[in-house]
Design a protein around this ligand. Structure first.
Ligand SMILES: [Zn+2]
Length: 84
């Protein structure tokens, strides 16, 4: 997964988080709350993204998405989400 410079800049300028729609800081890929859930080494790739390469940001976002899926899937399964 590789993002172009335009995509990186577009994401950096967005005012809301692509994961949860909370307000986020310009320059970061995700909001403070989403970033706080990630381990520090994963957070680096999604902060101050205009200074980073599109490949770095793309793979960092992908790693973050995988992390959320793995670590928070159990919350959805055990009562955190809607019942089916
Ligand atoms: Zn968020």
């Amino acid at each position: 997964m590789h993002m172009t410079k335009d995509e990186v800049n577009g994401l950096a300028k967005r005012r809301n988080c692509p994961r949860c729609d909370l307000d986020k800081t310009v320059g970061n890929a995700l909001c403070r709350r989403c970033r706080a859930k990630l381990p520090p080494h994963m957070r680096l790739g999604i902060e101050n993204i205009p200074s980073k390469d599109g490949g770095v940001v793309g793979s960092a976002l992908r790693a973050a998405a995988n992390y959320f899926n793995v670590h928070f899937a159990s919350v959805r399964k055990f009562g955190g989400g809607k019942k089916r």
